[in-house]
Design a protein around this ligand. Structure first.
Ligand code: SF4
Length: 258
């Protein structure tokens, strides 16, 4: 049996059911390997750095499993990574899954606006979740790679205007981000539908130095989310609005930025 169709990207794993990968929905999740970013806080380290270390899931097996779950309660699939849009043949895989009659959500880092546009224009995508790593003017700092910030902006603009459902997400990482950075991102995304603020998880990280960083407390995260919600609803953010939390100078040692 052939392990995958020759023009599909290799599937590196799947989750039959997830409540957390498509906001408000139960979904089947498909993982693709590799990424063009090196976010130091990434918790998919092996999938990003060593996708060849994972066996390919045979496409026939994937489709058979999706059909089995579809027969009961699944009508949505999330395509995630790594970064799915680095695979130029992503269209083939999503097209194939779409013929199963399921809605598709794409997780992306926004670095490939032309692929995003192609997928949306071909009617292959029902929802997009884009991870925004930090303020646009220092993007390489957040994502660990030299990238074209204009492409990130282009993806954001396209997602907001394309008519497909979407939301943005940001993971708040002590020492990497200052609190001001979170509010700058919220300001840059004003007018968009939603920005979900996520708590950093230090269990496995791409840069091992990040495994020693403690996430912010639930109280502090709740206050940050409240401030972000205010900004997203149109309130202007300025440093003198009192949004800065006490004692939050988050910059750390240089090894955290490598
Ligand atoms: S967190 Fe960063 S490095 Fe990890 S998969 Fe997402 S974009 Fe790639």
């Amino acid at each position: 049996m052939r392990s995958r169709a020759p023009d599909c990207p290799a599937v590196k794993g799947f989750l039959e059911t997830s409540f957390v990968d498509w906001k408000g929905h139960l979904a089947f999740v498909v993982f693709l390997g590799g990424c063009n970013f090196r976010c130091p806080f990434c918790h998919n380290r092996d999938l990003v750095l060593n996708p060849g270390g994972f066996e390919d899931v045979p496409l026939e097996y994937l489709v058979a499993t999706i059909r089995k779950y579809k027969a009961h309660w699944i009508d949505k699939i999330v395509i995630t990574g790594g970064e799915p849009t680095i695979h130029k043949n992503l269209f083939t895989l999503i097209g194939l899954l779409k013929t199963e009659g399921l809605s598709i959500k794409l997780d992306t880092n926004g670095s490939n606006p032309s692929i995003l546009k192609g997928l949306v224009n071909d009617g292959l995508i029902d929802c997009i979740a884009m991870d925004v790593k930090g303020p646009l003017d220092r993007y390489s700092r957040w994502c660990g790679s030299q990238i074209d910030e204009e492409k990130i902006r282009e993806s954001i603009d396209f997602i907001m205007e394309c008519g497909v459902d979407y939301y943005f997400r940001m993971t708040v990482v002590p020492f990497l981000h200052q609190e001001d950075d979170v509010y700058t991102v919220a300001t840059e995304l004003q007018g968009s539908k939603d920005l979900i603020i996520q708590t950093f998880r230090p269990d496995i990280t791409l840069n091992p130095a990040y495994e020693g960083i403690k996430p912010f407390s639930p109280d502090k995260m709740a206050r940050i989310k409240e401030n972000v919600s205010d900004i997203m609803s149109g309130k202007p953010w300025t440093r003198d609005r009192g949004l800065r939390l006490p004692g939050t100078s988050f910059r750390g040692t240089e090894e955290l930025y490598q």
